[in-house]
Design a protein around this ligand. Structure first.
Ligand code: NAP
Length: 333
């Protein structure tokens, strides 16, 4: 049998990204073979599809850090043909052929059974970005942040992590502020429930003051850099900042004062190597109380395999809004 896949290749200075017809013999070693129905484009896939992205560990590679589909066969007794499953992170799409393919084979230890309450399409509209948003919310909750604690801010709010985090927090009853660099998308953020929209300039401004007026009970920050510095200066006593990304930079210039005078916590969020017990628990929540309102209607758009390189370039340029689903197989009409 053959299957279609997006393949990135780099040999010396030659870089290519193109849809190819692959043989079954191209499937890697693994326990569970999956007919992929949906994938999605994350920031890391943008890097994987670019010549200088530095995330792909061996070429040629099928990118795609997310996939959801139906088990075709499994050598692991936990999975049977016909089971609906999803896989995100680990080596998928960077060191092990990933989700931008009609078929995939993965270790059973990476597989999450699709929770009741989600279709494979909805699971991929959430994807790694939504999982990261949910992990960030759980981290804030563990720090004691509650809707009654005060406003929570989401940075990079029109992006994948940001838009899903905003929608989930609103649903949980938080008052949410959103920051964005896209002046044209304030209405979108209001539609998702943002009570206030701040400009990227405001939340990435430099300051000589180690602390400023207390504003935020918590923050979900996929932007990093100067934005994280701003959040640490403005988080309220006992609050917490959950950092997951670096679209705004990697260097965080801070002092110890927010930590030692306000008891502020800086929480690191990782979805890639997140333990399986946590994944299964968080995916259950993503199918229930954290399932974002407006997921397919407002947040996600669709493309086919051929459309992925263009979306990948747009995501690196910071021009994508929400989430982009990738249709595969019979869905890829
Ligand atoms: N830790 C993890 O496990 C994990 C998981 C998923 C993602 N991430 C990371 O989280 C980040 C966001 O991922 P994503 O999938 O949400 O990407 P995305 O959909 O591209 O969203 C990123 C958002 O960041 C903002 N942004 C872009 N360029 C910026 C700049 N130069 N300065 C400040 N803000 C900028 C934009 O939002 P606005 O236009 O609204 O400002 C953009 O939409 C990435 O760095 C990604 O690698 C980490």
């Amino acid at each position: 049998m053959t299957y279609r896949a997006l393949v990135v290749n780099k040999q010396g200075d030659d870089f290519s990204v193109a849809v190819a017809q692959l043989e079954d013999s191209n499937l890697p070693a693994g326990d569970v073979t999956i007919r992929v129905e949906w994938s999605s484009v994350n920031y890391k896939d943008g890097l994987a599809c670019s010549p200088n992205g530095r995330v792909v560990r061996s070429y040629p590679m099928v990118p795609g850090v997310d996939l959801a589909g139906i088990v075709e066969n499994s050598t692991d007794s936990r999975y049977r043909p016909g089971d609906a499953v999803l896989v995100t992170g680990f080596d998928l799409g960077v060191a092990h052929p990933g989700g931008f393919a009609e078929r995939a084979r993965v270790p059973a230890a990476w597989v999450v059974p699709l929770p009741a309450g989600l279709t494979t399409k909805e699971a991929m509209a959430i994807g790694t970005a939504g999982l990261t948003a949910a992990l960030s919310i759980e981290a804030l909750e563990r720090s004691g942040v509650r809707p009654s604690s005060g406003p929570v801010i989401v940075t990079g709010a029109t992006g994948g992590v940001g838009s899903t985090a905003l929608s989930m927090l609103v649903q949980l009853g938080y008052t949410v502020a959103a920051s964005t660099g896209k002046a044209s998308e304030h209405a979108f953020l209001r539609e998702l429930g943002a009570a206030e929209v701040l400009s990227r300039e405001e939340v990435s401004a430099e300051s000589t003051r180690p602390m400023e007026s207390e504003r935020w009970a918590g923050a979900i920050d996929p932007v990093g850099g100067a934005t994280t510095t701003y959040l640490l200066r403005t988080t309220k006593y006992g609050g917490a900042v959950a950092v997951s990304g670096l679209t705004g930079g990697t260097a965080v210039n801070t002092t110890v004062f927010p930590f030692i005078l306000r008891g502020v916590s800086l929480l690191g969020i990782d979805s890639v190597m997140c333990p399986m017990a946590t994944r299964e628990h968080v995916w259950q929540r993503l199918a229930t109380d954290l399932k974002p309102h407006g997921l397919l209607e407002s947040i996600a758009v669709e493309t086919g395999l051929e459309g992925v390189p263009a979306v990948a370039a747009e995501i690196l340029a910071g021009r994508v809004r929400g989430r982009t689903l990738v249709r595969l197989g019979e869905q890829d009409a």
